[in-house]
Design a protein around this ligand. Structure first.
Ligand code: SF4
Length: 273
């Protein structure tokens, strides 16, 4: 996504509704700092109160560029979560992150943001590594957020399966809004935009920024969208039935959560009517 398009999406959405918060997150948003900064500069200018970024802090080998981006962020972001934990450290050596962390450590709202496995207290190899990584950054005096507890979705569902309780089959009846980071589809409080300009209400693709955010929002009617309507009628179980009726099938037992089944089905169905 080019900076102009990202900025335009924020401005258009802000004209539709009073935005409380804008967040850029990954992947890694600072691999494209101009686009990310365009989002936050626009959010600052529009008076959006919370302007947040989640970054792993590893985006350049050039100290001047690292400093320049950090300075720009300090001017427009008021919450910066630096993802540092055993998982990131597997591929991103903490030494590569430290120079960026030094520049942003004094930003009010900058925090180290670890991901924990099972719980922050659980004694497992990943959490021990995360503790080591946090200790490495301790000289900077940055506060540590309570972090995330990894839930069984995406790669975590596949690669950390041994850490999650075995469920014979996922719960397909849980209503949208109950799982972390989700909303009921008729009371959406947040939208996501992917790097290609796709606009999502939870897992549901509802349009593209190139259509204009006002048009995307006006058109969104979960009662008229067969996938959303099925989910609201009877949860993922109903979506599975609807998909079957149009010739798309899936084995729910291959997933640990109803949301995992939903996302896989929506990907197969194309995400929208
Ligand atoms: S079932 Fe699908 S739409 Fe509903 S909360 Fe889960 S991922 Fe979101």
């Amino acid at each position: 996504m080019l900076p102009d398009a990202a900025e335009c999406a924020v401005r258009e959405l802000s004209a539709c509704t009073k935005l409380e918060s804008v967040m850029t997150f990954g992947g890694e948003p600072l691999l494209f700092p101009e686009t990310t900064l365009a989002v936050h500069r626009a959010a600052l200018e529009l008076g959006i109160p919370k302007r947040q970024i989640i970054t792993n802090g590893c985006f350049s080998r050039d100290p001047a560029h690292i400093r320049e981006v950090a300075d720009e962020l300090r001017g427009c972001v008021n919450s910066l979560l630096l993802s540092v934990d055993g998982f990131h450290a597997e591929h991103i050596p903490p030494e590569r992150v430290y120079p960026f962390a030094e520049y942003i450590a004094a930003l009010p709202g900058a925090r180290l943001h670890p991901a924990w496995l099972v719980s922050p207290e659980d004694d497992n190899v990943w959490n021990r590594r995360t503790q080591e990584v946090l200790a490495y950054f301790k000289p900077l005096g940055m506060p540590v957020s309570k972090g995330n507890v990894i839930f069984p979705g995406g790669r975590a569902e596949r690669e950390l399966a041994e850490y999650f309780p075995q469920a014979s089959s996922p719960d397909l009846t849980l209503p949208c809004g109950e799982a972390p980071y989700t909303d009921p589809l008729d009371r959406v409080t947040s939208l996501s935009i992917d790097p290609y300009g796709g606009v999502y209400a939870c897992a549901m693709k509802i349009g593209k920024i190139s259509e204009g955010m006002a048009a995307v929002c006006e058109r969104y009617n979960p009662y008229a969208n067969p996938y959303a309507a099925a989910l609201m009628r009877g949860g993922v179980r109903e979506l599975v039935e609807y998909a079957r009726s149009v010739g798309v099938t899936i084995d729910p037992s291959a997933y640990r959560t109803g949301c995992g089944v939903c996302r896989a089905l929506l990907a197969k169905l194309g995400g929208r009517e």
